[in-house]
Design a protein around this ligand. Structure first.
Ligand code: GLV
Ligand code: MN
Ligand code: MN
Length: 417
C-alpha cells in the first residue's frame, strides 16, 4: 500500500472555517438541519468537492454525494462521510469531523494523483441529528428503506414547517431518488462522544456496532385552571404529572445500570402562564441500551408510571413510540479494514459499541459499513465545549484513508483487477 498521509493542518482549517457557519458565542455551532446556515455549509462543501474534481449529486432527501472516479466506473463507490447539521448547542466536531475528514482523505488521493480501483465518495447525510425534525438519521433511514420518503418529508418541526418544504426552501432537493445510490461500503469517522477512549488513553475506537434506541412523544392532558383559586386537591396539573414521568424515566434507566440511558430532552408546557395550572405538556423520551429486551422492560416501567400518574392526578397520558432503532452489528470486513488501518498507522485501539446513533447504522442495512472513533475531551458532546485536538482529528482521518484503501484493494482482488 502506498503510504499516503493526510494533512492535519488542512483538516483543522476546514473544521475551523466551516465552524464559522452558525458559530455560537460559546465556541460551538448552531446549524440546524435545512436552515439557511445548513444551506451555506452545503454550498461550501459542494464547491470544495468540485474544486477537487468531484462530481456532486444530490438525492431527493437532500443528501449530497461527491464522487471521485476510480479505474472502474461500473463498481459502486466506497463512501465515507457523516453530517454537517448540528444540535442547537452543538460542538464543532459532531458530524463535521466525519465529512471533513472524508474530504481530506479524498483531497490526499487527489493531490497524490492516486488512482483507486473503485470510485470514492464523500457523503453529507441530511438531518442526522433529529433535533429539528424527528427522528434522527432520517435521510440515511430513507436511503436504507426503513422510512418512506413521503413520510419523512411530511415530518413537522415544532413551528409546523414540513421537512419537505424546508428542503425545497434551501434548494437542496436533488433529482436522484433516495436509496437508488448504490455503495460498495461506507466508513464514518466520528468523535466518540463518550469518555472511554480518553480514560483509557486509546487513540482510535474500532466501532463494532451501535446500541438500540427508541424515541417516544408523550402528551399529558390535564386542565387549565386558575393558580390562585384552584385548591390543590382539585387540580389536574399536567406539568406535575410530566415531572413524575421524567423522574420515572430516570429511575428506570438507573435501575438497568450500567448501560441503560433515559432522557427527557424537550418539554413544552401549555398554556405557559405563571398563574395558570398547566393543562397540557408535550415531552420526548430517548431510551437506549445494547439489548432490545431491556428497552422492552423500560417501556413497560414507564407505562406503569403513566397509569399511576393518571389515577393520582386525573390526567390523560398518551405515549407514542415514534422511532425504534434496533442494535446494529457492523460488517466484519469493514471492521477488519479499520483495525488494520489503525495498526498500520501506528495507533492504539479499543473495540467499542457506539452509544450515539449514526448514519452508518442505517447504511449498514444496505452496504457493508463500519466506524472509526477518536477521543473527545471529557467525553462531552452535544455541547458547545465539545473538543478533539488537531492530532486526534488527524488520526481519525488517517485511519479512514487507510481503511478505504484497504477496502479498495479487497475489491480489486474480488473483481480480479
Ligand atoms: C445522534 O446525535 C444521537 O442522538 O445519537
Ligand atoms: Mn453525529
Ligand atoms: Mn449528534
Amino acid at each position: 500500500m502506498k503510504n499516503l498521509a493526510i494533512d492535519p493542518e488542512r483538516l483543522w482549517d476546514d473544521l475551523m472555517q466551516t465552524a464559522r457557519i452558525g458559530a455560537t458565542p460559546k465556541g460551538g455551532i448552531c446549524r440546524l438541519t435545512l436552515t439557511d446556515l445548513d444551506r451555506q455549509v452545503r454550498d461550501w462543501f459542494k464547491s470544495a468537492a468540485e474544486g477537487l474534481g468531484c462530481t456532486v449529486t444530490v438525492d431527493d432527501m437532500g443528501t449530497i454525494f461527491a464522487r471521485r472516479p476510480g479505474q472502474r466506473a461500473d463498481i459502486p463507490p466506497i463512501a465515507m462521510g457523516s453530517h454537517l447539521d448540528t444540535q442547537p448547542t452543538g460542538g464543532k466536531f459532531d458530524g463535521a469531523l466525519g465529512v471533513l475528514a472524508a474530504l481530506e482523505a479524498l483531497r490526499t488521493l487527489h493531490r497524490a494523483g492516486y488512482e483507486t480501483f473503485a470510485p470514492i465518495e464523500v457523503i453529507n447525510w441530511t438531518n442526522e441529528e433529529g433535533s429539528r425534525f424527528t427522528p434522527a438519521m432520517i435521510a440515511s433511514g430513507v436511503f436504507a428503506g426503513v422510512f418512506e420518503r413521503d413520510w419523512a418529508c411530511a415530518r413537522l418541526d415544532r413551528s409546523g414547517e414540513t421537512f419537505g418544504a424546508a428542503l425545497e426552501k434551501i434548494g437542496y432537493r436533488g433529482p436522484e431518488k433516495c436509496g437508488d445510490h448504490k455503495l460498495s461500503a461506507f466508513f464514518e469517522v466520528h468523535i466518540e462522544q463518550g469518555p472511554y477512549l480518553e480514560a483509557e488513553a486509546k487513540e482510535i475506537g474500532v466501532v463494532t456496532g451501535v446500541q438500540a434506541m427508541r424515541w417516544y412523544e408523550v402528551t399529558v392532558t390535564g386542565q387549565d385552571t386558575h393558580a390562585g383559586t384552584t385548591p390543590m386537591p382539585r387540580r389536574h396539573d399536567a406539568l406535575l404529572a410530566a415531572a413524575k414521568l421524567v423522574e420515572a424515566v430516570n429511575a428506570s434507566a438507573r435501575s438497568h445500570a450500567p448501560y441503560a440511558v433515559g432522557t427527557v430532552g424537550l418539554l413544552e408546557v401549555k398554556p405557559g402562564s405563571p398563574n395558570v395550572v398547566p393543562g397540557e405538556v408535550f415531552f420526548t423520551i430517548d431510551m437506549r441500551h445494547p439489548e432490545a429486551a431491556v428497552l422492552d422492560t423500560m417501556e413497560q416501567e414507564i407505562a406503569v408510571a403513566a397509569s399511576l400518574v393518571r389515577n393520582q392526578l386525573g390526567v390523560e397520558v398518551s405515549i407514542k413510540n415514534i422511532w425504534t432503532q434496533p442494535a446494529v452489528q457492523f460488517d466484519p470486513g469493514c471492521i477488519a479494514a479499520v483495525r488494520t488501518a489503525a495498526k498500520v498507522s501506528g495507533f492504539s485501539t479499543r473495540d467499542m459499541i457506539s452509544g450515539a446513533g449514526h448514519d452508518a447504522a442505517y447504511v449498514s442495512r444496505v452496504a457493508p459499513a463500519a466506524m472509526i472513533f477518536v477521543p473527545c475531551k471529557n467525553g462531552i458532546s452535544h455541547n458547545e465545549a465539545e473538543y478533539s485536538s488537531k492530532e486526534q482529528c488527524a488520526a481519525g482521518a488517517q485511519v479512514l484513508l487507510q481503511a478505504v484503501l484497504d477496502y479498495d484493494r479487497q475489491l480489486a482482488e474480488r473483481y480480479g483487477k
